[in-house]
Design a binder for this molecule. Structure first.
Ligand SMILES: Cc1cc2nc3c(=O)[nH]c(=O)nc-3n(C[C@H](O)[C@H](O)[C@H](O)COP(=O)(O)OP(=O)(O)OC[C@H]3O[C@@H](n4cnc5c(N)ncnc54)[C@H](O)[C@@H]3O)c2cc1C
Length: 413
């Protein structure tokens, strides 16, 4: 056991934690930095896990976001396979797995999220998968040869992307979900119906308004999924994508305040409830100045921008997090969806620009007449203006008339 001091201790080596380290060095910060993660791999991007990496088209190395070589060159100490067990925020000391103790000036919680698990009969059968790490995608790929039929439980982007990728690999896929249409939650019924029509046109079966009761297998391996209404769907592989929960074990132990979403409460500058403590990425519930409320958002680019904001504030820039949330999803090479802003808190109006029939449209979400989010499928050029309009809280009748009218120049709004 040893006692160390590091100026900045970062807990969690995902993209949020890695982004703190990267930006600190970019800003010329010369203090010591320890980036600690419990996974085996250097910080990597998770999105390929349901897309090209699962399809076998890209490698683990392609997904690496921060290389150990960069860390060495920039004097960032990267320790993998190591958990932080406890943080004493009064003494400013963290206890690591193995017994080492690290005192710090600043500690950043970038502990991410874990998959939400279904507790049902049969969920211990072989052939059942969740995807959070790239290694989970490896496990799925390793079983594919013995699989003809797949069920994804959950119709959010994880379920839809897995369905698209595995269909591309020749599997017969069913998407089973509580909502009526895939991706409907948060993106609305128009988008949900569109996604459904594309998936169905590619041979995927969509079972909306359904709840899983249990899973069955004749031996040790899953053979079928049984729904609450008694229907059965044969499957030799089941992928569950029913959301994620913030990983706040260490934060809880440290007595940090947790919010309604279960995330670590931080202010607009991403400062937590104890001195020298920050949070970034999926685990952080931050005070959004743009939306005027606490938000927790699980998007890769939000995690990266959170990391940058924390770094900038550690070096004394005193800046609020002002990035307009951005998210994308690719369904094989069928279409790509880009989403800006946040309509999860609700919206009361949806305006469409372009044509759903042509697969080239943007959806504009308004709440109380104010633009809160925008989505594009095949009209990414709209998003440049969407970012500006969301950031400036654009509103009013002129905006509502202009958005669906293809003859208006959005740049002029
Ligand atoms: C399969 C998949 C596909 C996705 N696709 C998209 C997409 O297309 N577009 C998009 O915008 N977003 C996507 N996301 C979401 C995006 O990947 C996340 O928002 C992003 O990974 C969050 O980064 P993070 O660093 O906050 O958390 P994480 O990536 O979860 O990293 C946190 C790390 O901290 C570690 N940790 C936790 N506690 C401790 C501790 N006590 N000690 C040491 N280490 C600890 C964890 O093991 C983990 O490695 C996807 C996510 C998944 C799982």
């Amino acid at each position: 056991m040893s006692e160390l001091h590091r100026d900045v201790l970062i807990i969690g080596a995902g993209v949020a934690g890695a982004s703190v380290a990267k930006e600190l060095r970019h800003l010329g910060f010369e203090g010591s930095i320890l980036l600690l993660g419990r996974e085996l791999d250097a910080p990597y991007e998770r999105p390929p896990g349901t897309k090209d990496y699962l399809a076998g088209k890209t490698s683990r190395d392609d997904a690496t976001w921060l290389h150990p070589d960069w860390c060495e060159e920039h004097d960032v100490e990267l320790r993998l396979r190591t958990s932080v067990m406890k943080v004493d925020t009064d003494a400013k000391v963290a206890k690591l797995q193995g017994g080492d103790e690290v005192s710090y000036e600043h500690v950043v919680f970038a502990t991410g999220a874990n998959v939400r698990r279904l507790r049902l009969d049969g969920t211990d059968l072989e052939g059942l998968h969740y995807i959070r790490a790239l290694r989970n995608a490896d496990s799925i790929r390793a079983e594919l040869e013995q699989v003809e039929q797949v069920v994804t439980i959950g119709g959010s982007y994880i379920g839809c992307e897995v369905a698209a990728t595995l269909t591309g690999l020749g599997k017969k896929v069913t998407v089973l979900m509580q909502e009526d249409h895939p991706m409907q939650n948060g993106m609305g019924e128009t988008v949900g119906r569109y996604v459904r029509s594309v998936l169905e046109s590619k041979g995927i079966t969509i079972l909306g308004g359904q709840e899983v009761d249990h899973l069955e297998g004749d031996d040790e391996r899953v053979e079928r999924v049984v729904t609450k209404d008694g229907s059965t769907i044969d499957a030799q592989l089941v992928v569950i994508g029913v959301g994620a929960v913030p990983d706040v074990m260490t934060a809880k132990g440290a007595g940090l305040e947790l919010g309604e979403s279960g995330g670590i409460v931080v202010d607009a500058h991403l400062r937590a409830s104890a001195d020298g403590v920050w949070a970034a990425g999926d685990c952080a519930e931050f005070a959004s100045e743009l939306y005027g409320k606490q938000l927790r958002i699980e998007h890769q680019d939000v995690a990266i921008e959170h990391g940058r904001t924390v770094a900038r504030n550690i070096v004394g820039k005193d800046e609020p997090f002002s990035f307009v949330p951005y998210f994308w999803s690719d369904l094989s090479d069928w279409f790509s969806l880009q989403y800006l802003g946040n309509a999860a808190g609700g919206y009361d109006e949806e305006l469409i620009r372009g044509s759903l029939d042509d697969g080239a449209f943007s959806v504009w979400y308004l709440k109380d007449d104010v633009l809160v989010a925008a989505l594009s499928i095949g009209r990414n050029e709209d998003l440049i203006d969407a970012r500006r309009l969301i950031a400036t809280k654009a509103s009013g009748d002129a905006l509502k008339t202009a958005l669906p009218d293809l003859s208006t120049d959005l740049a002029a709004l």
